[in-house]
Design a binder for this molecule. Structure first.
Ligand code: GLU
Length: 448
């Protein structure tokens, strides 16, 4: 069987750390199996769907490296849905309902106050032709529900294991609005059939929808695909992540937080699995190790600090070949391989490279607490040309002459050379700063 999966975002908001996890799991599975990945834009809700969100979703996926083999928009497929809906009406699997939203809300409240589950009571099935005529005369147009069979619904979920529902415990879902537009449930099932989707992978917030979908597949004469429902992320304290999702869109994490796509991928691919969270430079080994069996049903905690730490680790090991195109984009001089290898271990975000460029190129304000010591060090600077041994030659001489060692020797030199008390290896930095600027910075009379 050739695997075919889909990621089906609604373009009613941004792709964020919560909903992109389903995209990643779906994509990893497709790539592992050599299958096809369909990007299906669920835009039947014309009022809430926006092209700018659709574009942002595509931009986010592309930036993360999650490509798709095919794309479809539900809004272009209305005729297909209508044809299937008519069939289901003919089979009496859809029935018209005339309740207003207010009436439905009252019903739910009264059921809840009587300790009953708020499932739809199917009152519409008992309407007489006269009552229907009266509603229509009032100007009401019906919405339509899918009639669930009173039968057990079971599937073997690739993440959750055996899942069981009973049709009689579920509300008949509304599949067609009063204005004639079809809703998510049926469109999704029709598309899953039409596109030959073999595995439906989505968040666990869809588990009870899936139960109704299983009967829709049957009603449309198809067999249901295999399902996998990933657990949803919680925040660091175990609370709902949804409150924070506004600031966790992929585009904001890229633009405002300056994160690497591989930091997000590395974290989301391993969160809630039996494998350790590790920094990955590329997605290939993650595809290789992907297995639904490693995903747990528990709620994984999302910790932004962890994402930041992974980001730094990825930068610390990033090969020059990966960094080079982006360094070129910064339009600063001399961002060559030796610069990259010298400073990368000090980056938390890629943008920090600019700060280290300034340290190397100046101007910097040297910090000189003991001018006599720095003057002695200046006088002992080795002759040019300098090489990778210059630092050790120099500091050995300074140590011999001044008796200073360890921090008392190195910290004043670092502060004089960089104006800071931390940073890349001085042996390498010395060469990046170069003899002229090193002398200038150590010359405290000029610096003062
Ligand atoms: N548009 C739905 C959502 O974003 C799709 C769910 C599904 O994968 O079927 O939740």
């Amino acid at each position: 069987m050739t695997v075919k999966v889909r990621f089906a975002p609604s373009p009613t908001g941004m792709l964020h750390i919560g909903n992109v996890r389903a995209a990643l799991i779906t994509w990893l599975f497709a790539r592992k199996e050599g299958g096809d990945f369909l990007l299906r834009i669920d835009d039947t809700d014309v009022e809430r769907s926006k092209l700018e969100y659709e574009n942002a979703i595509e931009e986010s996926l592309t930036w993360l490296g999650l490509d798709w083999d095919q794309k479809a928009n539900q809004k272009d497929r209305m005729e297909i849905y209508t044809a299937q809906i008519e069939k289901l009406k003919d089979d009496s699997r859809l029935y018209p309902c005339y309740e207003t939203p207010e009436e439905l809300s009252l019903k739910r409240k009264s059921q809840l106050s009587r300790g009953k589950p708020p499932t739809y009571d199917r009152a519409a099935l008992d309407l007489t032709p006269e009552q229907i005529a009266a509603y229509e005369a009032e100007g009401r147009t019906p919405h339509w529900r899918f009639k669930l069979n009173d039968a057990p619904i079971e599937w073997n979920d690739l993440i959750r294991g055996e899942v069981k529902f009973n049709g009689s415990d579920l509300s008949d879902p509304v599949v067609l609005r009063a204005d004639g537009t079809p809703l998510y449930h049926l469109c999704s099932v029709i598309d899953d059939i039409e596109f030959g989707i073999t595995h439906v992978i989505r968040g666990e917030d869809h588990v009870s929808n899936t139960a109704t979908h299983v009967q829709m597949f049957e009603a449309l004469g198809a067999s249901a695909p295999i399902f996998a429902h990933n657990s949803l992320l919680s925040d660091k304290e175990g609370g709902k992540l949804s409150k924070r999702l506004g600031s966790l869109s992929i585009i904001d994490l890229r633009d405002d937080e300056g994160l690497e796509p591989m930091a997000i991928i590395s974290l989301l691919a391993r969160l809630g699995t039996s494998e350790p969270i590790e920094p990955f430079q590329s997605i290939a080994p993650i595809i290789e190790s992907f297995d639904f069996a490693k995903f747990s049903r528990g709620t994984p905690k999302f910790d932004q600090e962890e994402l930041m730490r992974l980001n730094a680790k990825i930068l610390h090991d990033m090969p020059f070949s990966d960094a080079a195109p982006r360094l070129a984009g910064l339009e600063l001089s001399d961002l060559d391989e030796s610069f990259w290898l010298t400073v990368r271990a000090n980056l938390e975000k890629f943008e920090d490279i600019k700060d280290w460029w300034h340290v190397a190129n100046g101007p910097v304000q040297p910090v000189i607490e003991n001018p006599d010591f720095i003057a002695e060090a200046l006088a002992l600077l080795p002759n040019t040309p300098w090489d990778k041994n210059t630092w050790s030659t120099w500091t050995t001489a300074v140590k011999e002459q001044t008796g200073r060692k360890g921090k008392a020797l190195f910290m004043p030199l670092r502060q004089a050379l960089t104006g800071m008390d931390h940073g890349p290896e001085l042996a390498d930095l010395l060469l990046l700063i170069g003899p002229d600027k090193v002398k200038e910075r150590l010359d405290h009379k000029k610096a003062a």
